[in-house]
Ligand binder design. Structure first.
Ligand code: B4P
Length: 194
């Protein structure tokens, strides 16, 4: 099995944390739309300013901007052998856009790793991160909005991937290493069954 993967889960489920570990293990790059937006925001460029006007309120950055950014990223040499998309797609329209981006390259998606964590667990984690990192979108009000948006907008896209039989459900509660081990085992079992 090649590794063209998605990592999906509510804000604070551990996507960024687990993407790094899984990518190191599989020797593929992580492509995190949230991290790319934050890099641009830190640089203060036009994309960063635009992204910040949405991310700081916990809103999704408009699809045309996000899809174009992913399109450009998928043209980079390092993703030809596989990749893990972290935090993209985040709504049904982005799923269709990603389908087009992959089809244009004759690529297919291998698996969608879905990290599960209850709302109260993720609120607690993100408030913990707020205390150390001070991200603008980690205030309790914005966190709760991001979680609501996840349930309304992101969760429905999972039905599309479930119909394709590629969703791998993983419990995201536990230590970072326990969750990482669960992801590796689930993925390896899935790869062996293909
Ligand atoms: P993201 O960067 O994806 O932010 P996130 O959903 O909060 O997840 P993150 O990766 O940061 O959190 P993680 O679970 O790793 O998106 C930020 C914003 O960018 C979005 O709100 C949106 O505005 C915009 N955006 C991104 N993608 C977009 C798209 N496709 N379309 C439109 N807009 C988009 O970690 C959370 C915390 O939990 C950390 O402090 C971590 O240390 C801790 N943690 C992790 N695992 C743990 C564990 N097992 N136990 C305890 N704590 C743990």
């Amino acid at each position: 099995m090649s590794y063209r993967l998605l990592l999906v889960g509510p804000p604070g489920a551990g996507k960024g944390t687990q993407a790094e570990l899984l990518c190191e293990y599989l020797e593929i790059p992580a492509v995190s739309t949230g991290a790319i937006f934050r890099e641009h925001t830190a640089a203060g460029d036009e994309l960063g300013q635009l992204a910040d006007s949405f991310t700081s309120r916990g809103e999704l950055v408009p699809d045309d901007v996000t899809n174009r950014m992913v399109d450009v990223r998928l043209d980079c040499e390092d993703v030809t052998g596989g990749f893990l998309l972290d935090g993209y797609p985040r709504n049904v329209d982005q799923v269709h856009a990603l389908d087009r981006l992959l089809a244009a390259r004759n690529w297919t998606l291998d698996a969608v790793v879905l990290l599960h964590a209850d709302d109260e667990v993720v609120v607690e984690r993100l408030l913990g991160r707020a205390a150390t990192e001070g991200r603008k979108d980690d205030t309790e009000k914005v966190i709760r909005h991001r979680i609501a948006l996840y349930h309304e907008t992101t969760q429905p896209l999972l039905d599309l991937y479930r119909e394709r039989g590629i969703v791998l459900d993983v419990d995201g509660v536990g230590t970072v290493e326990e969750v990482a081990e669960r992801i590796r085992t689930t993925l390896e079992d899935f790869a062996a069954s293909r």
